[in-house]
Design a protein around this ligand. Structure first.
Ligand SMILES: [Mn+2]
Length: 399
């Protein structure tokens, strides 16, 4: 049985105002080719299908056209999709009556039975091969606090969710594959990346022990860098197919191919080169003269849909409202698309209270709040109860 694990497509994302439709289409075309060439049985899409809970008509159309095309081309293909924190759980599930007829299962909402218990059975999806159940999929969407079984903390609740689901699988002779959109402890996030840093202070990290060693493979989404978790070969993030921010420019994009033969599981990361590169110049933030020099070295040519996105890091000594204009002038005839300019003040100035918007974006809100608390209350630490409450609020706001 062959499966492809992918996640974090973020369809509809604009990259610093640039539309990414062409890049997403490129990925979807490559994915379709892979599925056909490898005769894949199951496609697992592990959350953050869309970048926004209210995706544009255009990005929804792209998604549903892909689903239609890929299932038409591969009549035996089964697809399991879960919602991520960026998706609207209910909206993603809405077309289920149509999708079910196409062998596609979407799980976004954790439903309750009339007695108020979690409806576990709905989250256990049989994976078929030649008309027979070949494996079980624990299709767990991104979980909010109230979705989990009773527990002291969010992470314990999530752990319990997977335990219960595992217990509920009656036929454990078949391989079990768990899905999850979460941050696992022992994983690395991309430096300064706010889109991933939705879980604060480490308390909300999920222990990889939540996934029983008996589970053949755990397919994770949420972190955009492909990686194993805590050195466990079979607990993995596929990573996103496109870099979502400049912090991710060195990530290796792709999907994971999983081959299950009885007890044996073969796991392989299939690299896919995104059609548009991210460039950051100069290597270190530099004075304007060096920046112009670096721009000079860029290749000449026309700008098209494949031209790299460019980040420029300038050391500035004072506000310069015409900076962007001068940089844009220098970039004329260069085959790049200017995405952002980072202005960095030299150390002695930035030591004062001035910080740039970009710097502000990199500060963890929890750190900021505890710092302010300390200053206001003569060095007192914020009480744990208040920290917990704040964490819940930040979590809700950011997800
Ligand atoms: Mn996510």
């Amino acid at each position: 049985m062959k499966l492809i694990h992918t996640a974090d497509w973020h369809l509809g994302q604009t990259f610093h105002e640039y539309d990414r439709k062409a890049e997403h289409l490129h990925f979807l075309t490559e994915l379709k080719t892979l599925i056909r060439q490898l005769s894949v049985d199951v496609l697992l899409i592990v959350g953050d299908v869309f970048d926004s809970p209210n995706p544009s008509a255009e990005s929804q159309q792209m998604f549903y056209k892909f689903l239609r095309d890929v299932t038409a081309e591969n009549s035996a293909l089964q697809i399991v999709i879960i919602a991520g924190n960026h998706d609207s759980a209910a909206r993603l599930e809405a077309p289920n009556p149509l999708l079910e007829a196409m062998n596609i299962t979407v799980r976004g909402v954790v439903k309750r039975t009339p007695q108020g218990d979690i409806d576990y059975s709905r989250l256990i999806v049989p994976l078929m091969e030649n008309g027979k159940i070949a494996a079980w999929c624990l299709a767990v969407p991104y979980l909010r606090q109230g979705d989990c079984p009773e527990a002291e903390t969010y992470s314990q609740g999530v752990g319990r969710m997977y335990e219960r689901l595992y217990e509920q699988v009656s036929d454990k002779t078949k391989p079990i594959i768990a899905l999850g959109h979460l941050q696992a402890t022992g994983s690395e996030i991309s430096e300064n990346d706010r889109s991933e840093r939705t879980i604060i202070g480490g308390l909300e990290c999920i222990s990889p022990d939540s996934f029983s060693p008996e589970i053949a493979y755990t397919a994770l989404g949420h972190l955009h860098r492909a990686q194993r978790v805590s050195g466990r070969e079979n607990v993995r993030y596929s990573g996103s197919p496109l870099p979502m921010s400049f912090a991710e420019k060195n990530n290796k994009q792709g999907v994971i191919l999983l081959e299950i033969n009885g007890k044996e599981t073969k796991i392989e990361h299939l690299g896919m080169d995104p059609p548009v590169k991210l460039m950051s110049i100069p290597r270190e933030p530099s004075p304007l003269a060096d920046v112009f020099e670096a721009i000079n070295q860029l290749p000449d040519g026309e700008i098209n849909a494949k031209s790299p996105y460019l980040e420029i890091k300038v050391l500035v000594t004072e506000p310069d409202p015409s900076l962007r204009f001068h940089l844009e002038e220098a970039l004329k005839n260069k085959s790049v698309r200017l995405a952002r300019i980072i202005r960095i003040l030299p150390k002695k100035v930035s030591d004062s209270n001035t910080i740039t918007y970009e710097e502000l974006q990199t500060i963890n809100p929890m750190d900021m709040a505890t710092d302010i608390f300390r200053r206001r209350f003569g060095g007192e630490e914020m009480p744990d109860a208040m920290k917990k409450l704040l964490q819940t609020v930040i979590h809700e706001v950011e997800t």
